[in-house]
Ligand binder design. Sequence first.
Ligand SMILES: Nc1ncnc2c1ncn2[C@@H]1O[C@H](COP(=O)(O)OP(=O)(O)OP(=O)(O)O)[C@@H](O)[C@H]1O
Ligand SMILES: [Mg+2]
Length: 286
Amino acid sequence: MSNHLIADRFYFSNDTLSLIHKYSGSTFVVKYGGSVMTDSFLQSQVIKDLSLLHGLGINIVLVHGGGMFIDQWLNKLNIKPSFENGVRITDSQTMDIVEMVLIGRVNKQLVSLFNQNNVNSVGLSGQDASLVVASAMFSSSTNLTGRVDSVNPQLLDLLLLNRFIPVIASVACDYKGNRYNVNADTIASSIAIALKADKLILLTDTPGVLSDLNDCSTLIKELNLESIESLKSDNIISGGMIPKIQSCIDALTGSVKSAHIIDGRVRHALLHELLTYDRIGSMIVV
Ligand SMILES: Nc1ncnc2c1ncn2[C@@H]1O[C@H](COP(=O)(O)OP(=O)(O)OP(=O)(O)O)[C@@H](O)[C@H]1O
Ligand SMILES: [Mg+2]
């Protein structure tokens, strides 16, 4: 019997049961994009679905961005957001906003939603226990956009062993204490590699990888490293999809078994992607 999608509901079937058996005990690193966090009802549904997956025995690590919230605060302060190849350019003033919005607001809001589902979660950023050590991505000393140098998964191992869900804001420091804004897709993939995770899952505001950005029917459901390279060279990947795809490539070459890019705007997208064989998004394997 196959699963069926009816409106925004999710039905359990034999497929679901076999996939639950398959994934119980696995580790999934999920990145929740800022682009799909603005609808508070959807946000609470995403956290409910993650709570369910956790209840099924899957170890969940949640990494989040919050681009839209950062932009809202930058606008309030008359600071113009700027991007290069889908990555935010961060000066010191922007960095203050990134820290306050991601660590102070978005992170704690997600933890609070887990609390409402009686799931233990702990809000962190890359700074906690030197979880993520970063350095400057660009040579300019005024640009605090960072890249990941190393991940120390000790704290995550401890939390997962005790059935906590770590919720990680995409901010990190170097050993001297300099702060960096690191793309959340990049942090998620680095953490997935360090944890030897089974899956990297990127929730975003598009159905997955599209061969025509303006046509949702052009969703590519299965990709491998070779097909991704040809999409890149054909310039089909642009903007925020660039760091996303690079994160998937890094994760897969770093021994993560599969990467998924799925539509966080669809109710129960996580369940449809992970607990049905039909799936709804793009899955990338080696
Ligand atoms: N080939 C493609 N298929 C699908 N989306 C694409 C493609 N090329 C570029 N994109 C863009 O990538 C965007 C997703 O990346 P974006 O960085 O905006 O979201 P996010 O990473 O989920 O959010 P945030 O960066 O705030 O955490 C899509 O909205 C789409 O415009
Ligand atoms: Mg992005």
